[in-house]
Design a protein. Structure first.
Length: 483
């Protein structure tokens, strides 16, 4: 292990790395079920077999589920052995939702089944992965990272911190009722009025337990971290989970482990082979028009590229993995890992694989090498057999970890020179845009556009690199086409 991952050189141990990998896994294990839910369909706590995928629905859900585990594991094995970095990868949130919309659009335009739309959509992901692999091999993606001004780069971490806190306080800590999310605002509003309680009805006790679980988990993590306990994030999440399970049993009169009794423990390889494994439908894809296909590929590339760049830069800064110029060693190998993962995802049946912001939880737990990502990858691989166990981790426990890590990443704002408006304005816009849009890439794009405009109109156009001009222009075109 020492020779392979250079643990002593990075100031870590096998135990610390494994705990960090487990911590990262617990904060992002939700993607294993959520990804197929978003892409194929999920309703009222069970798969909606009568939904838009029709008779193919259950098999397609299983195919995307398997692809999520396998593609994530492949990407993290690459991250471990090529880059030796503690970053975890999986099908990206936001990108998978957009992919689901694209599938429906393809099916409508080509007048085909949703399964055929999915198989056509996977062609886009394959092309994107091949493009990214070529760009990574020839260092183009690394040059793009270096083209982002250092001051703006320093603002990416705090922006992601706010986004993590928004996720933690928002959707992760929410309680679904009639397809609506009742989150913190409902809870606090109910402290002074009964309207939220009346509106939630039977969901009210569940929401209270969710919010209490989240806050106790957060306080527990903070207290344990104060006393420098190793694995404080993981222990806090486990403590919050135990509290939630006990609350379900005592106050809600539910068995939190009931799903384990009827869960299937056999990997659905057959369903994946039938629906998504190497099922590329190029004729259906190009039947919607070359121009539309090219636009879709460009859109996926831009969003994925800057989501990954933002996550890697922010997490590397937090872990102290960058030099005085803000550059990280082995950036090419790091970016190549998510490109390979995207190709693996296309071949097995899922949307774009990207570096997850939840990697920051593992870094905060002490993860510094590829052994962290290897541990997380092995756990994802194991989930093709033990996914029911991952499914019982309460979202509120995950929320506590995300909020804590978000607070830590927000502290990086002290390194930004707010006396320079060319830096201050882009950073403030990123701080607003990332949590509001839910996209790291969109936040970076708006930040770069702001930086470029300010420099040009304050007589400092020469300070902006050619590549920064190009990236800003691409984002302008992308935003315009989106509108």
């Amino acid at each position: 292990m020492e020779k392979l991952f250079k643990l002593k050189q990075n100031g870590t141990t096998v135990r610390t790395e494994i705990v960090a990998g487990l911590t990262t896994f617990m904060t992002m294990a939700y993607i294993i079920a959520l990804n197929p839910n978003l892409i194929v369909g999920f309703e009222h706590g069970a798969f909606n077999s009568n939904g838009s995928f029709g008779a193919d629905g259950a098999a397609a859900w299983n195919g995307v589920f398997m692809a999520t585990c396998l593609a994530s594991a492949v990407a993290m094995l690459c991250m471990a052995f090529l880059a030796n970095k503690p970053f975890a990868l999986a099908p990206g949130m936001g990108l998978n939702s957009y992919f689901a919309v694209v599938i429906a659009q393809i099916a409508g335009a080509a007048e085909c089944t949703m399964l055929a739309g999915l198989q056509a959509g996977l062609c886009i992901i394959l092309i994107e992965g091949i493009i990214f692999t070529a760009l990574s091999v020839f260092n183009v993606r690394q040059k793009i990272v270096e083209a982002i001004p250092l001051g703006v780069r320093l603002g990416i971490g705090p922006g992601i911190g706010l986004m993590l806190m928004n996720i933690g306080f928002g959707s992760n800590a929410g309680v679904g009722a009639n397809n609506e999310n009742y989150v913190m605002s409902s809870f606090f509003g109910a402290l002074s009025a009964s309207s939220a309680k009346e509106k939630l009805g039977e969901y009210w006790p569940t929401m209270v337990l969710t919010v209490v679980t989240m806050f106790i988990g957060l306080f527990l993590i903070i207290i344990l971290a104060h006393y420098k306990m190793k694995g404080s994030v993981l222990v806090g999440m486990l403590g919050a989970s135990a509290l939630n399970w006990a609350g379900q049993a005592i106050f809600l009169h539910k068995n939190p482990f009931a799903s384990l009794k009827t869960a299937s423990w056999l990997p659905p390889f057959g369903d994946m082979a039938k629906t998504t494994l190497f099922k590329f439908d190029f004729p259906t894809l190009f039947s919607i028009g070359w121009g539309t296909v090219i636009l879709l590929i460009i859109t996926f590339c831009i969003i994925d590229m800057f989501d990954t760049i933002g996550t890697v830069v922010a997490t590397a800064n937090r872990a102290g993995m960058v030099d005085e110029k803000g550059n990280m060693p082995k950036m090419r190998e790091t970016l190549l890992s998510d490109a390979i993962g995207t190709i693996a995802g296309a071949c097995t049946g899922t949307s774009t694989v990207t570096t997850f912001v939840e990697s920051a939880s593992g870094v905060e737990a002490g993860g510094r090498t590829g052994l962290t990502s290897l541990t997380t990858g092995i756990l994802f691989l194991a989930c093709i057999f033990i996914s029911p166990i991952a499914a019982i981790i309460p979202p509120a426990a995950t929320s506590a970890a995300l909020i804590y890590v978000g607070i830590l990443m927000l502290s990086g704002i002290k390194n930004i020179d707010f006396s320079d408006m060319a830096i201050a304005a882009p950073v403030f816009i990123m701080l607003l845009a990332m949590p509001v849009s839910g996209s790291i890439g969109h936040g970076i794009g708006l930040g770069l556009i702001t930086y470029t405009v300010i420099k040009v109109f304050t007589g400092k156009a020469k300070d902006v690199s050619i590549l920064t001009y190009v990236i800003s222009l691409l984002f302008l075109v992308k935003f315009f086409l989106t509108i």
